[in-house]
Design a protein around this ligand. Structure first.
Ligand SMILES: O=P(O)(O)OC[C@H]1O[C@](O)(COP(=O)(O)O)[C@@H](O)[C@@H]1O
Ligand SMILES: [Mg+2]
Ligand SMILES: [Mg+2]
Length: 339
């Protein structure tokens, strides 16, 4: 592919990738275009959140026992409604839905399975901090018939594409189809996502660490020692690292993708119901691990590669160490006791 031209629309970029993909049918391009329309609708609501009745909780709880925010619900329904009719998906799995949402038999069905965290960073919705939407796309294993759980419980390494939208000072789309990572910024006047960050590569080592240190007391000793190490001055290794924590996974990951560094959500003993930490393997860790690796970074649960993990249930949680390769490797060495 020729050198990426900053400013081309995401649709132009998708069509170029499609032309380069021998067996492409255009289904993927159209599916992503529908996701983009859904994100524009969510962006519109987010940008006027304080003025419309979209802040606050719905009063109901999701499968994780978390309060569902109105914007979680709005984003979830907006995405499902947009892609359900495309004829390109056969099932959707969402962080906000206990079970797989299968495309009804009367609708045309397609080869893709879409997994979403419709609104990431729910605790930041009401306080006007960056929030996002995370997506992961798999190709189904069977040609037709009812979608079975094994077609959805797939290793992250089997994703055909993954990405996220970030609704921050600007609204961006960052995604990969396995051929590198590109970032697009929404030009509100044009209503188009334009290529703004071609071929994103993550620095090998960073100077930023991102973790909720409020959980320090509940971490295992090796995790504490690693975070203490990051805070111990040593100019040769750029320590102490700078601490940055937005509390929105997409926002913290995006910063480290561009600047380098490590984001961690370790397992902790805070809530016995969550021995594997807070973040979701299928809806959060696997799609961002796909992006991280495509940008030269890496992601692990502290010892194993996130993309190699076999999900057991739709709503598996996983400890997450993601970011610059050298930093995640160092974290793993602390967790294994090598350091
Ligand atoms: O408040 P905590 O415990 O630091 O957790 C923050 C983490 O939880 C999340 O908000 C979980 O995601 P959701 O908002 O999609 O539930 C992440 O975005 C973020 O990294
Ligand atoms: Mg999330
Ligand atoms: Mg969410």
């Amino acid at each position: 592919m020729p050198v990426k031209e900053v400013g081309i629309t995401v649709t132009e970029h998708l069509l170029r990738e499609q032309r380069e993909t021998p067996y492409a049918t255009g289904a993927f391009t159209q599916l992503l275009n529908e996701l983009i329309v859904a994100a524009k609708i969510i962006h519109r609501e987010v940008s006027k959140a304080g003025l419309v009745d979209i802040l606050g909780s719905t009063g109901s709880r999701n499968v994780y026992g978390e309060q569902v925010q109105k914007l979680d619900d709005f984003a979830n329904h907006t995405i499902i409604r947009r892609v359900m009719h495309t004829g390109h998906v056969c099932a959707i799995a969402s962080e906000e839905d206990a079970d797989i949402v299968e495309v009804p038999q009367e609708y045309p069905r397609g080869p893709y399975i879409l997994l979403i965290d419709p609104l990431d960073g729910s605790s930041n919705i009401d306080v006007n901090a960056s929030i996002g939407t995370i997506f992961s796309i798999h190709r189904r294993l069977k040609d037709d018939g009812p979608v079975t759980l094994d077609e959805v419980l797939r290793k992250g390494s089997e994703q055909v594409a993954a990405g996220y939208f970030i609704y921050g000072s600007s609204t961006m789309l960052v995604y990969s189809t396995g051929k590198g990572v590109n970032g697009f910024t929404l030009n509100p006047g044009l209503g188009e996502f334009l290529l703004s960050h071609p071929n994103i590569t993550m620095p090998e080592r960073g100077k930023i660490y991102s973790v909720n240190e409020g959980n320090y007391a509940y971490w295992d000793e090796p995790v504490r020692r690693y975070v203490d190490y990051l805070k111990t001055p040593d100019p040769e290794t750029s320590r102490p690292y700078t601490s940055r924590y937005i509390g929105t996974l997409v926002g913290d990951f995006h910063r480290n993708l561009l600047k380098g560094g490590i984001f961690m959500y370790p397992a902790d003993r805070k809530d016995p119901k969550k021995p594997r930490g807070k973040l979701r393997l299928l809806f959060e860790a696997a799609p961002l691990a796909f992006i991280a690796e495509q940008a030269g970074g890496t992601a692990s649960d502290g010892s194993r590669r996130i993309l190699d993990l076999e999900p057991e249930t739709l709503h598996d949680r996983v400890p997450l160490f993601i970011g610059s390769k050298d930093d995640v490797v160092t974290a793993e060495k602390f967790l294994s006791g090598e350091l």
